[in-house]
Design a protein around this ligand. Structure first.
Ligand code: AN0
Ligand code: CP
Length: 317
């Protein structure tokens, strides 16, 4: 594996799950693999899980790790080419990227959608510049359109908890006060579409995602109907994708909050969320604290997904 930006690059899913199981059962078996190899993690946005789980994964593989929070202590970076840099930005990404590449063997990048231009976000202009100019394998730690390490962890978690060949998995939009990217739902839809599961997406009208990611999934606008018989409920907020409304919050309707009443419509479903989650907006205290909530093992599997991917990249160096 050279770069990792989408779960589609996992290849054969059975093999990917087998590799993940091996990593989970033998976390320190490959300590020599990463010896004298350096991982550089670049964050343009905040993180708790991705930062800690990816660093832990790299340490399990014997790697050295450097973390840079671009907005805390680094020079302010210009990202547009051709601008006269007489403002507050001291350095251009086009110098910063190859410099960063020269200090490491693998680069992880977190760079969310900026909601300034749908075209720029959906062309992954920041992530692709790292791929083009760093000279190193690059993996996404949530870019503008996808969060593949999260999705891989979600898929591993569903593999561990499913009791049927073909569970019903429902991804439901839920309210949130601020505009959030579509990366997690896009990526989750992409992942579910690789499986044979009964995958349903439910959201209010106006919250349609890019069909490049959802094609193949059933869309149901009635949340109650969608939840009927669900084995897994995957909650997530996202801002609008469509046209003029790109990046806008169109609704904060708390009748979409995942509550005990909503979960009662399901087949005693497990509740999932990538975290961080706003309680009593996305999900009630009661549901997230219930025995059917698997958000903590889901987050714990972020080490497994990151270590499985990092190991593949190390093997290809
Ligand atoms: C981010 C998002 O929704 O994409 C990160 C989730 C992993 N969430 C927030 O910014 C709250
Ligand atoms: N789920 C996830 O990626 O969390 P962080 O934003 O805290 O890294």
């Amino acid at each position: 594996m050279k770069h990792f930006t989408s779960v589609k690059q996992l290849g054969n899913l059975e093999e990917a799950f087998a590799k993940a199981r091996y990593v989970k059962e033998n976390p320190f078996a490959d300590q020599e693999l990463g010896r004298n190899k350096t991982l550089l993690m670049i964050f343009f946005n905040n993180s708790l899980r991705t930062r800690l789980s990816t660093q832990k994964a790299a340490m399990n593989l014997g790697m050295n790790v450097i973390v840079l929070d671009v907005n805390q202590g680094a020079w302010k970076l210009e990202t547009e080419r051709g601008v006269i840099m007489n403002g507050d930005k001291s350095e251009h990404l086009l110098e910063a990227i190859p410099v960063m590449g020269s200090y490491c063997d693998i680069i992880g990048v977190r760079s969310f959608a900026r909601f300034e231009s749908r075209e720029d976000d959906y062309n992954e202009v920041i992530l692709n510049q790292f791929i083009q100019y760093s000279g190193r394998p690059v993996f996404s730690m949530e870019a503008a359109t996808r969060h593949p390490l999260q999705t891989f962890a979600d898929m591993i978690t569903i593999e561990e908890y499913r009791k049927k060949e073909r569970p019903k998995v429902v991804m439901t939009w839920a309210p949130h006060p601020k505009a959030l990217p579509q990366a997690v739902p896009n990526s989750f839809a992409e992942g579910m579409n690789l499986t044979g599961f009964d995958f349903v997406i439910t959201h209010p009208k106006g919250y349609e995602l890019d069909p490049d990611f959802t094609a193949g999934a059933r869309i149901e606008y009635d949340q109650d109907k969608a939840l009927e018989g669900a084995d897994f409920v995957y909650a997530k907020n996202w801002a609008a994708y469509s046209g003029e409304n790109y990046g806008k919050v169109l609704s904060t309707d708390r009748s979409w909050t995942v509550s005990r009443e909503k979960m009662a419509l399901t087949n005693d479903a497990y509740f999932m969320h990538c975290l961080p989650v706003r309680r009593n907006m996305i999900v009630t205290d009661e549901v997230i604290e219930s025995p059917r909530s698997i958000v903590i093992p889901e987050a714990a599997n972020r080490v497994v997904s990151a270590q499985t991917v990092l190991k593949e990249i190390l093997l290809s160096l």
